[in-house]
Design a protein around this ligand. Structure first.
Ligand SMILES: O=C(O)C(=O)C[C@]1(C(=O)O)C=C[C@@H](O)C=C1
Length: 281
């Protein structure tokens, strides 16, 4: 049976995404996002499902940076899912919401609920955990502390917690983009799901700082009428002011247009890496 890595423990948002995508596979929980990427990089698993971007909080930098700087594993699919964050407590403490001493969750989940936390639970310390489900598991094991976790409904069920305040994310349209990483092609595995689009993600390093370099890169796409859905800069980690760009193009790799744009960028002195060419679900 094929193996799929996800950020564990059971009932994280990554677990929900992996279950939706690979229902008939063996899902293997890893403690951190880099561990999931390593597992796919070393072929310990066939696929890894990791978060890439959230609609409220932006990119999951650890995923992006690890893929660029440490372990290159191609993106073979993308899955976008609605995200609902709930405040949950141990059932023994569920009536004591006003006495909460600490709130645990993944940093991205805490960030998605800032307005609520600032408005309703001002002054309560928030502590980051490796995932939302890890936070729920911790709260379930420590009824002696009046603490809460921010996590999803499946985590509340899995770890026997009571949802004391549902839907505490700050904006209704909360979505996260997950990517599937693998050294093998995805083939027909996801054909049962509805395809929403197609993308190619490239990483572009500009030549030494000069006027108009980014403009020239963007024009390689624009005059070919290649639509971009995202452009983001991240530090190269070689010193302040040095960046690379991650660009999402709204089409699969073809024989002419994308190779032409890449050749043009290379002729300008850019270093270009294709991170993946894949369908969005
Ligand atoms: O902690 C989890 O449950 C995760 O799957 C991680 C993660 C993230 O890193 O963005 C995934 C989706 C949500 O946006 C919040 C947390």
């Amino acid at each position: 049976m094929e193996k799929v890595a996800y950020l564990g423990p059971k009932a994280t948002f990554c677990d929900l995404a992996a279950t939706k995508l690979f229902d008939n596979s063996e899902r293997v929980a890893y403690g951190t996002i880099p561990e999931c990427i390593d597992a796919a990089g070393k072929n310990e698993v066939d696929f890894a499902v990791v978060p890439l971007e959230n609609a409220l909080e932006g990119s999951v930098n650890i995923t992006m940076d690890y893929l660029i700087h440490e372990v290159r594993v191609p993106i073979v699919a993308e899955f976008s899912s609605p995200i609902r964050q709930h405040l949950m407590m141990h059932p023994d403490n569920a009536g004591r919401i006003g006495e909460i001493e600490r709130i645990y969750s993944h940093s991205h989940a805490i960030a998605q609920c800032h307005k609520y936390l600032h408005g309703e639970l001002k002054g309560v310390r928030c502590e980051n955990t490796t995932s939302t489900a890890f936070a729920a598991q911790y709260v379930s094991k420590h009824p002696e502390e009046v603490t809460a976790a921010i996590a999803n409904e499946m985590a509340a069920r899995e770890y026997g917690l009571t949802i004391v305040k549902p839907d505490i994310h700050d904006y209704a349209h909360n979505h996260t983009r997950f990517v599937v990483l693998s050294h093998k092609p995805i083939g027909e595995r996801l054909d049962g799901l509805v395809r929403k689009g197609e993308k190619t993600t490239v990483m572009v390093m500009l030549p030494a700082d000069h006027a108009g370099a980014l403009h020239q890169v963007l024009s390689a796409f624009s005059w070919r009428k290649l639509n971009l859905s995202k452009i983001e800069s991240r530090p190269l980690k070689t010193g302040l002011g040095n960046y690379f760009f991650i660009i999402d193009i709204d089409q699969l790799m073809d024989d002419i247009l994308l190779p032409g744009a890449i050749a043009e960028m290379e002729a300008l002195g850019c270093k270009v890496n294709v991170m993946g060419s894949y369908y969005s679900y």
